[in-house]
Write a protein that binds this ligand. Structure first.
Ligand SMILES: NC(=O)C1=CN([C@@H]2O[C@H](COP(=O)(O)OP(=O)(O)OC[C@H]3O[C@@H](n4cnc5c(N)ncnc54)[C@H](O)[C@@H]3O)[C@@H](O)[C@H]2O)[C@H](O)CC1
Length: 502
């Protein structure tokens, strides 16, 4: 089943449909029960202190309290006056089974926290409108003090005080160890500094008509089985000429490693023949990589074109000051093309085509958009969409997680590892993307499959190397990552016919 990312407005509109259908009560029941199950699974010891705000987020907490009582847990509920009708109803239901609520204030919170096994944050969800009001800010400060003293915190939907639609960390927001997010992910629990407040995030999709959520979704979080279905399958008669001929155009004195890493990434992602074209001496990192050093681009590019074009090209990695001029010419070849690093320049907007894959990190994205990096980081989904509109083709906005924007889809990659924050990872990705293009994937499919393959390889390499991970470790794991993704979608068979997407 697909997972979605929802904006607060989108979540509200789904709620409104549920309410009109008379189903919102049942949905809140399902949400609260899932929260209770998560508390039971992760924090099975000691009294549970639930903090309930006046809205539906508080309603979820009140439902959870009733289920936790039924599970035999000692429960204390500190609640604000209920404003939402379902918060009122669930307060009555809690009382009907013997659950008491106390008024929420800092003193009551400190007393309850002193003997608690876990705090459940049901104060503010998607209905929070920043900034925090002072009374709520004090309550959250007391919660964070208890958390700092060792008391675990589980947040419902998102940590209170975070703006659901922003990846920016709000000072004064709740610090959670675990977040149970409802119906769809929110930008705040997936991206940037905000996500560091959420701890481990689990999605409870909730049993609502999937189209209602899909229609409101900002983006999709692609399943591994779906990624695997986009990976190329070889024919039994495949040979190096049919498995994708890839050119890497990059490297400049001082940045030759970038081109070499891209070449290695392309080889490890299955390209049949990989040649690096450079004006500098690119190290032969592996003998399978062909390296051609040229005197200048003006003469070389027409000669290369005349020699017969490859199936795909990746350009820009360490290419240096001539990157924009080179990119213009290569784009005119009209073959599937990955543009990275020095080739990510606003002057190239309008020169691309549908089979281009642009791979900026947030700094490069800001340069392309003429904005600040902070704005890109605050809302990566919006930035990726704007980049795609500007550049066409498919855009991979790199990050943890990466966002892939094509004409018809916006998707968020899963997985990866913080150890991947090291030089050369993007070069490996560019080579790997070019290899997928060379094996017949569309730019849109290569973007989605490539970022997941890269992230999965990073996870596998991190098992051994942790934060000491380097780009060549990721290349080394690309084959294993490919196998692992394929295994997630069941057995595959070789088929006859041309290589390509199945
Ligand atoms: N679609 C779903 O995913 C479902 C989500 N559920 C839960 O509902 C909340 C959203 O509920 P809503 O009533 O719209 O808003 P909140 O409870 O988040 O907040 C309203 C509450 O907060 C007060 N408030 C707002 N801004 C501030 C502020 N700056 N300072 C202090 N207090 C503030 C406001 O006065 C209200 O009292 C969602 O997150 C889920 O948890 C449903 O249960 C099921 C479907």
């Amino acid at each position: 089943m697909s997972e979605f990312i929802l904006s607060p407005g989108g979540a509200r509109r789904v709620d409104a449909r549920l309410e009109r259908a008379g189903l919102l009560d049942l949905t809140m029941e399902e949400a609260g029960r899932a929260v209770a199950d998560a508390v039971q699974a992760s924090f099975p010891e000691g009294p549970v202190v639930l903090l309930a705000g006046g809205g539906a987020n508080g309603g979820d907490a009140l439902v959870a309290a009733r289920h936790l009582l039924a599970l035999g847990r000692v429960v204390r509920v500190l609640a604000q006056p209920a404003k939402h009708p379902l918060a009122r109803l669930n307060r009555q239901r809690l009382r009907a089974v013997g659950g008491e609520t106390q008024a929420l204030n800092v003193a009551a919170l400190r007393r309850a926290a002193a003997s608690a096994g876990v705090l459940v944050d049901g104060l503010l969800g998607t209905g929070f409108v920043p900034p925090l009001r002072p009374a709520m800010a004090e309550v959250i400060e007391a919660m964070n003090a208890a958390h700092g003293a060792g008391l675990p915190v589980l947040a419902i939907d998102l940590p209170s005080g975070l703006d659901a639609s922003s990846a920016e960390r709000a000072e004064g927001s709740v610090r959670a160890d675990e977040t149970v997010t409802l119906m769809g992910f929110k930008t705040a629990v997936l991206f940037g500094e905000a996500a560091t407040r959420a701890g481990r995030v689990t999605l409870v999709p909730l049993r609502v008509p999937p189209d209602w959520v899909r229609e409101e979704a900002l983006a999709t979080r692609t399943e591994d089985a779906e990624v695997a279905s986009r990976l190329p399958v070889r024919t039994t008669g495949a040979h190096k000429g049919t498995a994708g001929r890839v050119w890497i155009v990059g490297g400049h004195p001082g940045t030759v490693g970038a081109a070499a890493l891209a070449g290695l990434g392309a080889l490890r992602a299955g390209a049949g023949l990989v040649t690096v074209h450079s004006l500098a001496d690119v190290p032969l990192v592996t003998p399978e990589l062909m390296v051609q050093r040229h005197a200048d681009w003006d003469q070389t590019l027409p000669q290369l074109r005349a020699s017969g074009l490859p199936d795909a090209v990746a350009l820009g990695m360490g290419l240096g000051p001539e990157a924009v001029r080179v990119a213009r010419e290569v784009l005119a070849w009209g073959i599937p093309t990955v543009l990275d690093a020095d080739a990510l320049h606003p002057e190239l907007a309008g020169h691309g085509h549908s089979e281009c894959l642009w791979t900026p990190h947030p700094g490069e994205a800001a340069r392309l958009l003429g904005t600040g990096t902070a704005e890109v980081i605050r809302d990566p989904l919006a930035a990726a969409r704007r980049l795609q509109e500007l550049l066409g083709g498919t855009v991979v906005l790199k990050g943890g997680p990466s966002v892939v924007a094509s004409a018809n889809a916006l998707s968020v990659s899963r997985g990866g590892h913080p150890g991947m924050a090291s030089g050369g990872m993007g070069d490996t990705l560019s080579g790997l993307l070019a290899a997928l293009l060379g094996q017949g994937l569309s730019a849109a499919d290569a973007g989605v499959a490539g970022v997941r393959l890269h992230a999965r390889a990073g996870e596998l390499a991190a098992d051994t190397h942790g934060y000491g991970l380097i780009a060549t470790d990721v290349s080394d794991q690309l084959g294993a990552a490919w196998q692992a993704l394929k295994a997630s979608s069941g057995p595959t068979r070789s088929r006859s016919g041309p290589p390509g997407n199945v």
